[in-house]
Design a protein around this ligand. Structure first.
Ligand code: GRF
Length: 190
């Protein structure tokens, strides 16, 4: 039976593309849909190139209607993957997909997580705090930012001369290396 993944993304979409590449030859997993709140996001062009259907939605649709949930249910989505999606998941959606929503965070949670901790803010905070390592956290999603159960972490060193951009580059390398594989493993275990 084919397992079906939906990716929520509103940024450049580099993780979404790596996941799609990784799964491209798989006969039992497909990326059914990419969902985004941002029509100008890089991920939209990538999705077009990858021939993955896109659903764009706005804040009112997401938080005040059940359209997105209904669509995910109709499409029989097995796993929801957040890859650069900034909005909190509504509790109705979390409850409709228990332990079926995962996120990647560009730091070693519980450090450097929570509201406002995204993108360059994370790496700036890591450097400002004088951390000697950073990394990625892949975790289940609940109704609070970055608090769900941790599934996987990978680490990279941070040296005293590293800039936030250096840390961002090293962390992104880890994301691309591990997120597709962790997703494939999770789906295989469903
Ligand atoms: C990644 O750094 C991810 O950890 C975070 O958002 C970023 C998305 O990057 N949640 P991209 O759009 O996949 O390039």
């Amino acid at each position: 039976m084919t397992r079906r993944i939906a990716i929520f993304a509103s940024g450049s979409g580099s993780n979404a593309e790596k996941i799609a590449e990784h799964l491209t030859n798989s006969t039992d997993v497909e990326i059914t849909l990419i969902l985004s709140n941002s029509p100008k996001a890089g991920v939209i062009d990538r999705a077009r190139r990858l021939h993955i259907p896109v659903l764009l939605f706005d804040r009112t649709t997401f938080y005040e209607s059940s359209r997105v949930i209904r669509l995910l249910q109709e499409q029989q989505i097995d796993l929801i993957v957040l890859a650069g999606f900034m909005w909190l998941m509504p509790s109705e959606l979390v409850q409709a997909f228990p332990n079926r929503i995962i996120n990647i965070h560009p730091a070693l949670l519980p450090k450097f997580g929570g509201k406002g901790m995204y993108g360059h803010f994370v790496h700036e905070a890591v450097v400002a705090a004088g951390e000697t390592e950073s990394g990625i956290t892949i975790h289940y999603v609940n109704e609070r930012y970055d608090e769900g159960q941790v599934i996987f972490q990978a680490r990279c060193p941070v040296t005293p001369t590293d800039s936030p951009e250096d840390v961002a580059r090293n962390v992104q390398k880890l994301e691309h290396e591990h997120y597709p594989r962790v997703i494939a493993d999770l789906v295989a275990a469903l």
